[in-house]
Design a protein around this ligand. Structure first.
Ligand code: 5GP
Length: 116
């Protein structure tokens, strides 16, 4: 996977391509996944184009906390009162396809384990 940080998610952030944005603040934005894998499938991304979890550095610790708190807020807003799953696919073996860090929120159905 290339380390380039210009991705489809940057275009969504800049409103150059449409997406159903459900939350935004100074540091993060959340929008519905275009190919939902559950009744609720939302992606939370940092505005800073960090390529993947493996690229995160110590200086990003507050941002990473903010992303998790954003997940909690967005999940609550989506009414996921019975729980949900949070996934960060990382790198090629992790199944990551978009090279901009993103947290999947999956909910609205019973999740199974192990994942594929
Ligand atoms: P990954 O496979 O990298 O963990 O997740 C990337 C996610 O981005 C996938 O679930 C995919 O459906 C979603 N995605 C890819 N392109 C777009 C797009 O243009 N718009 C939206 N809303 N989601 C996208």
């Amino acid at each position: 996977m290339s380390e380039t940080t210009e991705t489809i998610f940057s275009k969504i952030m800049r409103r150059e391509i449409p997406a159903e944005i459900v939350y935004e603040d100074d540091l993060a934005i959340a929008f519905k996944d275009i190919h939902p894998q559950a009744p609720v499938h939302i992606l939370v991304i940092p505005k800073e184009p960090i390529p993947q979890l493996a690229s995160v550095e110590s200086k990003d610790h507050a941002l990473m906390g903010h992303l998790l708190l954003t997940v909690k807020r967005v999940a609550q807003q989506a009414g996921l009162n019975n729980g949900y799953r949070v996934v960060i696919n990382t790198g090629s073996n992790g199944g990551q396809t978009v090279n901009h860090l993103h947290l999947h929120i999956l909910g609205g159905r019973q999740m199974t384990w192990p994942p594929g």
